[in-house]
Unconditional design. Structure first.
Length: 116
């Protein structure tokens, strides 16, 4: 959860794949929301080329994928709000796994054992 004094750095990838998918417009939309607590910066490749445009929010290390310009307002109003939290449906699944693959596999195995 954020507090009223929380400061954020929003990094918007501007590398080739992200740029082809509208990262410049996403950056432009975020720049409209710069303030004393929100710094917006372009960045180089974040290694998530198939999921771009990629937006990374620090200090929480939250990764959003396939961000469109129309998503920016939602991120600002819901995530960066004083009582906000990351927007689950927009999180990069490679970086934010709801549960580990092994935990999921273990629960499937336990269900399998119960059938015997």
């Amino acid at each position: 959860m954020a507090d009223d004094n929380q400061r954020y750095l929003i990094m918007v990838c501007q590398h080739r794949s992200c740029s082809r998918n509208g990262a410049e417009q996403v950056l432009s939309e975020f720049q409209k929301h710069q303030s004393d607590t929100v710094m917006v910066s372009q960045c180089e490749c974040q290694g998530q080329c198939g999921s771009g445009p990629t937006v990374r929010i620090m200090p929480e290390n939250v990764w959003y994928c396939q961000v469109r310009p129309e998503d920016v307002e939602t991120i600002v109003n819901e995530h960066l709000a004083s009582d906000g939290a990351p927007i689950q449906r927009m999180l990069n699944p490679r970086m934010h796994q709801a549960e580990s693959a092994y935990a999921h596999l273990a629960s499937q195995y336990q269900a399998f054992l119960q059938k015997e």
